[in-house]
Design a protein around this ligand. Structure first.
Ligand code: ATP
Ligand code: MG
Length: 393
């Protein structure tokens, strides 16, 4: 039985607003996605995007799993294709949905006839198919208000389609419709979730990671690279920069009061990240910070770090509890990698008593003792570049 995937207008996450460019971006992302999964045609007509395999025995399960991860789709349907003939529609519905109908108690049929040359109108199609299915499934009864399962029939120009309940999409906006931003990614649980959250709002991401060898290992770097590939499952291809941060960290340790280590380090990160972001046309920085989670995430500390960045700093997790962040990280598949025990540069030289409410003035005084501009230049010059291509880990 031939199947296709249907994404209807009402199932797109966007209502109104820039619809044209939204759909264009979504189609492009879907085309890229389906490459390597199955040869197919992706077309739009009658306010529906159709993904139609063009070869025998396509891997529809794999195609559905990919569509699930594409932002911009609230819901979609996997449908069987029938010829535009009522007998064939009945047979197809029974063959395709019969096993599922055996498992539920109530159903209803919803029909749409877009092709007005089809001899039966929508209520007639529903009545005929409803009766046919009731006869074959004695367990079933009709419930038009709150059915366990809706059997959908659509008769369109291109053919007739039968499908059951809709599948849930990833929601959000298509990647590429909101511009570009740089995610500061550590090996922790939060920043990959922050990356996912902002890609979901339509941003193309660039990753920036700070590494401090020999205090941090090659394996720690590898772990963050793996996280980038995991995020790419949703966010698509990304540039990824690994910044050599050792020199700056050693200078902070030697030149600055210990209680300011963390906050000054974060300001240095922001300075370097802003430079890399601007060179890569990113309009914002993103971090995985959550208010009050650690010493560097108090309001005063956040103010101190923001002060050194001209770009807006997006913190999508600022109001999230750790437990919810962990749930998301499990859902998107980054959790297991995040909890692998490798060191992060943030845990190198951590002060015993970090300042919870640093004063900007004292921080600036401390930094003035460091000749950091040339060090920042060196960081940017010596950055290691990885192109993270989705699916190629
Ligand atoms: P995460 O789980 O993302 O590591 P966290 O709760 O452990 O976050 P911190 O380690 O204080 O918090 O880091 C706060 C944010 O700073 C991170 O979410 C990330 O955006 C950024 N960050 C921390 N370490 C690095 C790093 N080595 N490279 C790039 N960004 C980093
Ligand atoms: Mg961390």
């Amino acid at each position: 039985m031939k199947e296709i995937i249907l994404i209807k207008n009402g199932e797109l996450a966007l209502k109104g607003l820039n619809r044209g460019s939204f759909e264009g971006a979504l189609m492009k992302n879907l085309k890229r996605r389906m490459k390597g999964v199955m040869p197919c045609e992706i077309t739009k007509s009658q306010s529906t995007i159709r993904i139609e395999p063009t070869e025998e025995n396509p891997d529809m399960d794999a195609a559905v799993e990919e569509v699930r991860k594409v932002f911009g789709i609230a819901a979609f349907s996997r449908a069987a294709v029938a010829t535009k003939n009522m007998q064939d529609i009945l047979r197809t519905a029974e063959e395709y949905l019969g096993p599922e109908l055996d498992m539920v108690d109530t159903f209803k049929v919803e029909s749409k006839r877009a092709d007005k040359t089809f001899p039966l109108n929508s209520p007639e199609i529903s009545r005929e198919l409803g009766g046919y299915l009731l006869k074959r499934h004695p367990n079933l009864s009709v419930d038009v208000h709150n059915p366990d399962m809706v059997v959908n029939v659509e008769v369109r120009q291109q053919g007739a389609y039968v499908h059951g309940n809709q599948l849930r999409g990833a929601g959000g906006l298509p990647v590429g419709t909101s511009g570009k931003a740089a995610i500061l990614i550590s090996g922790g649980i939060d920043s990959p979730v922050a990356a996912y959250t902002m890609a979901k709002r339509g941003l193309i991401l660039t990753g920036i990671h700070f590494a401090s060898p020999p205090y941090t290992s090659a394996r720690a770097e590898q772990k963050v690279t793996e996280l980038m590939y995991e995020v790419a499952e949703y966010a698509g291809n990304m540039k990824f920069f690994i910044v050599p941060f050792t020199e700056i960290q050693e200078h902070i340790k030697d030149d600055c009061p210990e209680e300011f280590f963390t906050i000054i380090m974060r300001r240095m990160m922001m300075r370097v990240a802003s430079r890399i972001a601007e060179e890569n046309d990113c309009g914002a920085l993103i971090t995985g910070e959550s208010l009050g989670q650690v010493a560097s995430q108090t309001l005063d500390a956040i103010r101190c770090t923001d002060a050194v960045s001209d770009l807006p700093v997006l913190r999508p997790l600022i109001g999230s509890d750790k437990i919810d962040i962990i749930d998301t990280s499990r859902e998107i598949g980054t959790f297991d990698t995040s909890i692998e025990p490798y060191e992060d540069c943030c845990t190198v030289f951590t002060p015993k008593h970090p300042k919870l409410h640093p004063s900007m003035e004292r921080i600036e005084q401390a930094e003035a003792k460091m000749d950091y501009e040339p060090m920042i230049d060196r960081c940017v010059e010596n950055v290691k570049f990885v192109f993270v291509r989705r699916g190629e880990m």
